[in-house]
Design a protein around this ligand. Structure first.
Ligand SMILES: NC(=O)c1ccc[n+]([C@@H]2O[C@H](COP(=O)([O-])OP(=O)(O)OC[C@H]3O[C@@H](n4cnc5c(N)ncnc54)[C@H](O)[C@@H]3O)[C@@H](O)[C@H]2O)c1
Ligand SMILES: N[C@@H](CCO)C(=O)O
Ligand code: NA
Length: 433
């Protein structure tokens, strides 16, 4: 039966995502009410620049005082789409203290302070939902938290940043320059306010921390995630990848160790074979594989960024949180009971592609191979190519079998000390095989 008193929603931030949330709340008001069992009313919209015209939003709802809005006491759900750490964190905790539940898209904040925010939600019998924080529109948080709650997740691997996938895809398919591709991603509303978060992979690392935490029932913070951005990926790297039948993607990889006693989380550019489904993820799309004991491999795919797709995830959370409130209940909170240690990058085992500039003379190959053997790194393939410039140098491209990051680092350090190795041109991990 439909309740007539509306549930009141406060919207904090009316930018790319917030303006779409407001639009959908208005245009889909009847459907949302029917699905929830009560009407939802936009009770206030906190903005930074009140003079901006906001189509479809009653100007009397607009305020620059977000704190007063969350303190009103009659707000049922606060939707935080401001981003960043402060004032978002204080506004969310104040919202809990004043009886509201919270829906947020803020991965940076959740990766840094998720545990404290969950504790605050629990203390005040409120919900904290954040489907939009990871992989935009793609349902991923709720499947991990709820649908897979009876299974054991061993690995989460995928593309979780739309901006960098858009840039890498453009560079690969059209030969576009890095800046040109980034400007386009920003204009389309994919990039963060400061695109450093995207291209230096802080955004993807925050998402990896959130995913690993939920998947492994363990607290994983941003600082626990190994991070390498994509600003140093060059056209030459794409050419090498192509020669190997691969492309380059910025991947987030969260894994349980083989003995199950620890976990790792990392974000870095990697080569993947063109035959792998992740290789054909284009533009700002995201795709994430989840591997679990009973389910086997699941793939989640869809728009990972942009105003409307992200608003879709926010609205889904809003409906769920409103239903919980009508039932006098709360949904699942933090689950960190496993408390597994999070290992550093040295423990990660993967394959590597290493390109060396070496002297083009007898015995060099044997010398290089010996260094790999001494560090316990097994070589899969080696390709040597003499240079046409007559400088007496050659390129040596080595692809290894699976080896630990620590063993590979030791190998590279020793290779650099050989007189015959003039330089290490590139090192890239090879995933997805
Ligand atoms: N854009 C996307 O594709 C996308 C996807 C997923 C998640 N997110 C997340 O959603 C959140 C919002 O992102 P966005 O792209 O809409 O950013 P945005 O910069 O377009 O919007 C944020 C808005 O908040 C306003 N704001 C800042 N401080 C404020 C304050 N104190 N009070 C009221 N308003 C304030 C800004 O003026 C701006 O209009 C971020 O956490 C972001 O990481 C964005
Ligand atoms: N800037 C982010 C937004 C979605 O979280 C991206 O490009 O993926
Ligand atoms: Na999502």
């Amino acid at each position: 039966m439909m309740r007539t008193r509306p549930l009141k929603v406060a919207l904090l931030g009316c930018g790319v995502v917030g303006s779409e949330v407001a639009r959908i709340m208005t245009t889909h008001a009847d459907d949302l009410a029917a699905r929830i069992g009560a009407p939802v009313e936009l009770a206030g919209v906190a903005v930074r620049r009140p003079s901006r015209v906001r189509e479809g939003i009653d100007p009397s709802l607009v305020t620059t005082d977000a704190t007063a809005l969350v303190k009103r006491g009659d707000i049922d759900v606060v939707v935080e789409v401001i981003g960043g750490i402060e004032p978002a964190r204080t506004l969310i905790t104040t919202a809990f203290e004043h009886g509201a539940s919270v829906v947020s898209a803020n991965k940076a904040l959740l990766a840094q302070d998720g545990a404290a925010l969950h504790a605050a939600a629990e203390e005040h019998d409120a919900d904290l939902y954040y489907e939009a924080a990871v992989a935009g529109a793609i349902p991923l948080i709720r499947p991990l938290r709820e649908s897979l709650a009876g299974d054991k997740v061993n690995r989460v691997l995928g593309i979780v940043n739309g901006t960098t996938n858009f840039i890498l895809d453009k560079m690969d398919s059209t030969g576009a320059g890095y800046q040109e591709a980034l400007d386009e991603a920003t204009a389309l509303g994919y990039a963060e306010a400061d695109p450093t978060a995207d291209v230096e992979a802080f955004d993807a690392a925050a998402k990896a921390a959130i995913l690993a935490g939920i998947a492994f029932h363990t607290r994983v913070r941003l600082d626990d995630v190994y991070r390498e951005g994509m600003t140093e990926v060059t056209a030459a790297d794409f050419a090498t990848a192509k020669e190997m039948g691969c492309t380059i993607k910025l991947l987030a990889i969260c894994e349980r160790a083989a003995d199950g006693a620890s976990v790792t989380a990392r974000v870095h550019p990697a080569m993947i074979p063109l035959s792998h489904p992740l290789a054909s993820v284009r533009g700002a799309y995201n795709a994430v594989f989840v591997e679990s004991d009973a389910s086997g491999q699941l793939m989640f795919y869809g728009p990972g960024a942009g105003g409307a797709p992200t608003a879709s995830a926010v609205l889904g959370d809003l409906v769920a949180v409103c239903r919980n409130r009508l039932n006098g209940a709360t949904g699942p909170g933090e689950s960190a009971y496993a408390a597994l240690p999070v290992s550093g990058m040295g423990e990660v085992v993967t394959r590597f592609h290493i390109s060396l500039d070496v002297a083009d003379k007898p015995g060099v190959l044997a010398q290089v191979a010996t260094v790999f053997a001494e560090h316990g790194v097994s070589i899969d393939t080696v390709r040597q190519q003499g240079r046409q410039d007559g400088g007496g140098e050659a390129s040596l491209v080595v692809v290894t079998h699976r080896a630990s990051d620590a063993a590979l680092n030791g190998t590279v350090e020793a290779l650099r000390k050989l007189d015959t190795v003039r330089g290490v041109a590139s090192i890239m991990r090879v995933e997805g095989e």
